[in-house]
Design a protein around this ligand. Structure first.
Ligand code: SF4
Length: 137
């Protein structure tokens, strides 16, 4: 079981668990070799509960582990992965604390050195009075 606490507004409209929580729970099931899990959402304002039962999905876990392996390979060779294709409208991006960083770096995979250079250039342009909005476009 994995427990997530959310506010009343999100709780009221919750029909299905978030995809990232599904992935997280699936990997728990995979590594602990459990066939079924529960995502339990708690309304932190009222303590109401909503539960979602999930069956272990081996194919999904293999896919997730392949993606993680690919990510590990990129990190080992100092490559920053490409941002998500639907940035910034992707649900993952909307509340992501790195959304602005992704706007500075651009859509493609870049080397760590190039990544740092782009962030520094962006910061310098801000200091020089350029509009953030221009850089986000
Ligand atoms: S904004 Fe966050 S979730 Fe979206 S691509 Fe960038 S790092 Fe990934």
């Amino acid at each position: 079981m994995d427990i997530k606490s959310i506010n009343s507004i999100s709780f009221r409209t919750l029909k299905e668990p978030s995809v990232e929580y599904i992935y997280q729970l699936q990997l728990y099931l995979h590594f602990f070799q459990i066939k079924q899990g529960v995502l339990l959402y708690v309304n932190k304002d009222t303590q109401d509960l909503k539960e979602f039962f999930l069956e272990y999905d081996e194919a999904l876990c293999r896919q997730l582990l392949d993606q993680l392996q690919e990510l590990g390979g990129q990190i080992e060779v100092n490559q920053v992965p490409a941002r998500l294709e639907e940035w910034p409208s992707n649900g993952q991006c909307r509340y992501c604390q790195y959304k602005e960083v992704c706007s500075m770096v651009g859509p493609d995979q870049v080397s760590w050195d190039e990544f740092k250079e782009r962030v520094i250039k962006h910061e310098e342009s801000i200091k020089n009075g350029d509009s953030k909005k221009r850089l986000l476009s």
